[in-house]
Design a protein around this ligand. Structure first.
Ligand code: ZN
Length: 129
C-alpha cells in the first residue's frame, strides 16, 4: 500500500490527484489489476470526474454547498456536520482498472480528493493489486 499526502488550502476544494496515483502505479510493477484509492477521513471524499473544464468541479462544490448548508439544525457539536454529510454522499473510495501498467481512465476523467473541512494535511491510501 502507498500513502499519499494531500495539502488542501481552503475549507472546500477538489484537488486533482491523478498524477500522484499514476506515480504510485509506476512504482509498483502491476501490469493488470485494480487500483483502489481510499480516503481515511470523515470530512473528505474521493471521486472521479471531468478534469478538462475547472468549472465542473466548481459547479459540483457549489451545488453540494447549496444542498447541504454549513449552518442548519445539526446536532453534532463540532460544527462540521455539512462536511460529514458531503463525505458520505460522495464516498470514501474509487476503484480504477490498471491495464498495460496504466490507469484506465476515460479521456476527460481525473481522480479528485474532495476536501469539505479544510484547510488540512490529509492522507490518501492507494492499494494496487
Ligand atoms: Zn465532526
Amino acid at each position: 500500500m502507498e500513502e499519499i499526502s494531500v495539502k488542501t488550502s481552503s475549507r472546500i476544494e477538489m484537488l486533482d490527484i491523478t498524477s500522484q496515483i499514476r506515480s504510485a502505479i509506476s512504482k509498483s510493477d502491476l501490469q493488470e489489476g485494480v487500483c483502489t484509492v481510499y480516503c481515511p477521513h470523515t470530512t473528505a471524499a474521493i471521486t472521479i470526474n471531468e478534469n478538462a473544464d475547472p468549472d465542473v468541479t466548481a459547479d459540483i462544490m457549489q451545488k453540494l454547498s447549496k444542498m447541504i448548508p454549513l449552518h442548519e439544525n445539526y446536532r453534532h457539536m463540532e460544527g462540521n456536520s455539512d462536511a460529514h454529510i458531503k463525505s458520505s454522499l460522495i464516498g470514501n473510495s474509487v476503484q480504477i482498472i490498471v491495464s498495460g501498467g496504466q490507469l484506465k481512465l476515460g479521456t476527460w476523467q481525473g481522480i479528485y480528493f474532495c476536501e469539505f473541512d479544510g484547510p488540512r494535511t490529509r492522507h490518501v491510501w492507494v492499494s494496487i493489486k
